[in-house]
Design a protein around this ligand. Structure first.
Ligand SMILES: Nc1ncnc2c1ncn2[C@@H]1O[C@H](COP(=O)(O)OP(=O)(O)OP(=O)(O)O)[C@@H](O)[C@H]1O
Ligand SMILES: [Mg+2]
Length: 267
């Protein structure tokens, strides 16, 4: 992190784990995000929806330390924060599972599980392979995942299994905010169900989940809060208490606000 975050009046147990206030991001002359507000609370699933080019990935990259925002504030536990690198975001308890880059396909399941967290043995610092395999097995079984041979390359698992291993890994290493970029985009109904169940498990374990998706039905199955982006702006922000699935679906399909916005921006 760049410098020690300054404590602010709102910090304390009631502050959300993660908050974006008026966040903007310009790539040269392109405004990918403008004035975006987002809150991710512990034990809640916040869904970020939007059409192609809406700014979803840009938002994720800012939260996970890959890009810096050019306007607004990012707060972690109520403290203004700026991540200089993905490592900073990880150190703050933020784990991101990318759709395709979640795991290294040629490496074994256990090796992927411990990537960046390898256990070594004293005094020579050799890898403690037996312990890593055992721990991976325990962690996956603890989450109800059965993978018979943990020496298998991750690339030989199904898309759903890969996502679930990546989620289990993030939880095992203490993620408090879990960001998933389109985890069900390439999956069929059954595999999507597998991933959505684990996403709900993470939420039930008290993790703040940020679920990025094109699919309002998937969002509705697990979401507590919904933020719809269009052309980099928030066009809908609501929860299960004040929204219906029909409204969410209509907004995704291109609601009145989107048409108005296109008009205003001349897009
Ligand atoms: N590195 C970049 N340089 C310049 N423009 C970019 C860059 N990354 C994204 N953009 C632009 O910013 C806007 C938002 O893109 P972003 O990838 O965040 O959208 P998205 O909602 O993730 O879209 P998709 O659903 O297609 O993944 C788009 O206009 C895109 O062309
Ligand atoms: Mg994207």
């Amino acid at each position: 992190m760049t410098g020690v975050p300054e404590p602010v009046g709102e910090s304390g147990p009631a502050a959300p784990l993660l908050e974006l206030r008026g966040v903007g991001k310009s790539y040269g002359t392109i405004d990918a995000l403008r004035g975006v507000d987002l809150v991710a609370d512990a034990g809640q699933v916040t869904c970020v929806l939007g059409d192609n080019g809406a700014g979803k990935s840009t938002l994720i990259k800012i939260i996970s330390g890959l890009h810096r925002h050019t306007a607004g504030e990012l707060l972690v536990n109520g403290r203004p924060t700026s991540f200089a690198s993905p490592r900073d975001a990880q150190d703050a308890g933020i784990a991101t599972v990318y759709q395709d880059l979640a795991l290294a396909p040629l490496m074994s399941v256990w090796r992927n599980f411990f990537l960046g967290h390898e256990i070594t043995r004293r005094p020579f610092g050799r890898l403690d392979i037996a312990r890593m395999i055992r721990t991976t097995d325990e962690a996956l079984r603890g989450m109800g995942i059965e993978i018979a041979d943990l020496d298998r390359p991750v690339g030989s698992l199904s898309g759903g299994q890969r996502q679930v291993v990546a989620i289990a890994r993030a939880l095992h290493f203490g993620a408090r905010v879990l960001i998933l970029d389109e985890p069900t985009a390439a999956l069929g109904v059954k595999q999507s169900g597998v991933v959505l169940r684990y996403l709900a498990r993470a939420r039930d374990a008290g993790v703040a989940v940020v679920f990025v998706t094109h699919n309002p039905h998937h969002a509705w199955l697990v979401g507590d809060h919904f933020v719809v982006l269009a052309l980099g702006r928030v066009v809908l922000d609501g929860s299960t208490a004040d929204l219906t699935l029909d409204q969410l679906t209509a907004e995704m399909a291109g609601g009145a606000e989107l048409t108005e916005l296109r008009h205003e921006l001349g897009a």
